[in-house]
Design a protein around this ligand. Structure first.
Ligand SMILES: Cc1cc2nc3c(=O)[nH]c(=O)nc-3n(C[C@H](O)[C@H](O)[C@H](O)COP(=O)(O)OP(=O)(O)OC[C@H]3O[C@@H](n4cnc5c(N)ncnc54)[C@H](O)[C@@H]3O)c2cc1C
Length: 470
């Protein structure tokens, strides 16, 4: 007897629906450390019904119409590079894989606006923009393994956010498909006062309010020439002052990063780094104002007692900026580079500048209570504050024992973050990992508003259940 999945297959072009267990298994989780740990343990992921790979907005709409009629849950998926369990399969759901919707539709060279399908990966988008002398300037470490839709849904920030902004600064317009199949088109605007910004509802929504199918993004001219300045502040927290000055005094570096001593040892040890923190600035040196601005930042740095380091630190960082993608795969994948029982993960928090001096040690101590090693860098700066990105290594007796301690470590670190006035996530979203802490983050009022919006847009709760609201 043909079942609902056959009915869906009949409504979509041939090949769009697969029930092949290998195809489902390959899309059953993202790169959340715990999902990877469970995979290497051989634990089966929740049993999804099928993978659906649409090629057009209409095919996504048809799929969501079918899902509404059959009350089937839908887990949207870009490239599965998320680290919070947002794209993890749910039992009885279909996995909506947007990766075949990967076309760059139009580059408007007058407005520097690029229209792109949601499944386009970052490296492919950069290639297309590069032919027009442009860049999005959105360079997550995961550039080649993440998509436009995933960036929007998980509130992504790239490594040059100081220069180009994060994803919310780049989204001009968007097309999304709502539960039930209705298509909503939000036209590209540089800014608009026509009511609340509806685009924002989808940024960070993790596929729970709609499926992003296309976006219009704001591009920039490619930098003419990269140049780097590197410093060694007296201490990590002493380095905050220079980073803050650069964020608040209208200079325009493209990259600002400040590493604490353990993270600097890891990142710059191969350059013979002799200890202490490292502060990096990346510039477009072809800009006429670059010399004056670099001099200004240098004088602020020296006033704070920093030492100059070789500019090679910056070039080295740039060259190796995405190496962690492969290392993470080797540690958490089949190879288990550091052996069984080891989990390497990252936590990215943010707070106002005034709260950072308490946030840094607060979260660090909470992580160190269980983790064997913790490094931190200040990774994104704003006029009002900055984000801190911790990398930690947790070791348990074996891969099964690791799960409980890992989850306890996260609970304690999130609590420490909140106690110090921070937000528990700066650019990795919420997902399964942090959904249970969302109320502590938003308060009862915030959660209630979010629930009412969810109920209005997705009354049957079919879109990515459990990923934002637990
Ligand atoms: C080694 C490594 C480094 C990373 N570095 C960075 C970094 O520098 N900056 C950064 O921001 N992130 C980083 N990430 C995290 C990850 O790449 C981002 O969260 C990215 O935005 C996810 O994109 P994706 O296409 O892989 O989405 P997925 O992982 O497939 O999905 C992420 C979430 O978005 C939802 N979703 C995906 N596509 C859609 C859509 N079209 N419509 C609606 N919902 C959708 C999913 O359901 C899920 O909830 C890194 C990850 C790894 C493994």
């Amino acid at each position: 007897v043909p079942g609902p999945i056959d009915a869906l297959a009949g409504r979509l072009p041939d090949g769009a629906v697969s029930t092949d267990p290998a195809v489902i298994a390959a899309r059953a989780h993202d790169r959340w450390a715990l999902a990877l740990l469970r995979a290497v343990r051989g634990d089966p992921p929740p049993a999804a019904l099928a993978v659906v790979t649409p090629r057009s907005v209409e095919e996504v709409a048809e799929t969501l119409r079918w899902a509404g009629e059959t009350r089937t849950a839908v887990v949207p998926r870009g490239a599965g590079s998320g680290v919070s369990g947002g794209a993890q399969a749910s039992a009885g759901a279909i996995l909506l894989d947007l990766s075949a919707m990967d076309r760059v539709l139009e580059i408007d060279e007058t407005s520097l606006a690029v229209s792109v399908q949601a499944g386009a990966r970052g490296n492919r988008l950069e290639e297309a923009l590069g032919t027009a002398g442009l860049t999005l300037g959105h360079y997550p470490q995961s550039l080649a393994i993440s998509t436009v839709g995933g960036w929007i849904a998980a509130f992504s920030a790239g490594q040059s956010s100081a220069g180009y902004g994060a994803i919310e600064d780049l989204v001009l317009g968007m097309t999304a498909v709502l539960a039930g199949g209705e298509v909503i088109r939000l036209a590209p605007r540089p800014r608009s006062a026509a009511g609340p910004d509806l685009r924002r509802w989808f940024i960070g929504s993790e596929g729970t309010l709609g499926v992003v199918v296309e976006a219009v993004l704001s591009a920039s001219p490619l930098p003419g020439r990269w140049a780097w300045d590197a410093y060694r502040p007296a201490g990590f927290e002493e380095g905050f002052a220079t980073a803050r000055a650069a964020a608040q005094r209208r200079v325009h570096p493209l990259v600002v990063r400040l590493y604490d001593e353990p993270d600097a040892a890891l990142s710059f040890g191969s350059l013979g780094h002799r200890g202490g923190p490292v502060l990096l600035f990346g510039w477009d040196a072809a800009q006429p104002w670059a010399v004056a601005q670099r001099d200004a930042v240098r004088s602020w740095a020296r006033a704070g007692g920093t030492e100059d380091l070789d500019a090679a630190y910056g070039a080295h960082w740039w060259e190796h900026r995405n190496d962690a993608v492969r290392t993470y795969e080797r540690v958490m994948g089949e190879e288990r580079l550091f052996g069984p029982g080891v989990v390497v993960d990252t936590m990215e928090v943010a707070a106002l500048w005034r709260d950072l001096p308490a946030l840094y040690p607060g979260v660090r101590q909470a992580l160190l209570a269980r983790a064997e090693a913790v490094g931190c860098h200040l990774s994104h700066t704003y006029r009002a504050g900055a984000s801190l990105y911790y990398t930690f290594l947790y070791r348990a007796a074996d891969d099964r024992a690791a799960e409980e301690g890992y989850l306890a470590l996260w609970r304690e670190a999130v609590a420490a973050c909140h106690a110090a006035g921070g937000t528990m996530t700066h650019h990795h979203g919420v997902g399964l990992l942090k959904a249970s802490s969302l109320e502590a983050e938003l308060g009862a009022g915030g959660i209630s508003v979010l629930r009412r919006v969810k109920d209005a847009l997705d009354p049957d709760g079919l879109l990515n259940p459990g990923k934002l609201l637990s």
